[in-house]
Design a protein around this ligand. Structure first.
Ligand SMILES: [Zn+2]
Length: 111
C-alpha cells in the first residue's frame, strides 16, 4: 500500500498512524441500511494489541467479512480453525465443527 503524503487515522481511537505501524483490522459485515459495502479498518499498534488481548481474555474470535491480519495466528494459538459449509464463500473461526461444516483454509480474499 502506498501512503504518499496521506496519513491514516486509526479507525478505533483516531490517532494518526504511520506506514510502519498500520495494521489491517478486517472488514465488518454491512447491514441492510448501508448504501455501500463497509470499508476496511486500519488500526494503530495499541488498538490492535487491545483486540488481541480481548480475544485472548474472552477466548472468542471476532466474526467479520474479511479477517484482520492478527486473527490467523491468534486463532491457532486459541485452538480455532477456519470452518465453512461446503460451497459457502464465507466461514468462521470454530473450535468444534458444526453439523455439515468442513475445516478449510481461510480463502485468500478473506485475509
Ligand atoms: Zn488506535
Amino acid at each position: 500500500m502506498s501512503f504518499g503524503n496521506w496519513r491514516l487515522r486509526c479507525d478505533d481511537c483516531g490517532c494518526f498512524i504511520g506506514k510502519n505501524n498500520t495494521h489491517f483490522g478486517g472488514v465488518y459485515f454491512g447491514g441492510p441500511e448501508d448504501m455501500e459495502p463497509p470499508e476496511a479498518r486500519y488500526l494503530c499498534d495499541k488498538c490492535e494489541a487491545a483486540e488481541i488481548a480481548e480475544a485472548r481474555k474472552s477466548g472468542r474470535m471476532p466474526t467479520r467479512w474479511v479477517t484482520a491480519d492478527w486473527e490467523a495466528p491468534i486463532a491457532a494459538e486459541l485452538g480455532f480453525r477456519w470452518a465453512a459449509l461446503p460451497g459457502a464463500a464465507w466461514g468462521a473461526w470454530r473450535r468444534e465443527l458444526p453439523d455439515g461444516w468442513e475445516w478449510v483454509e481461510v480463502p485468500d480474499e478473506l485475509k
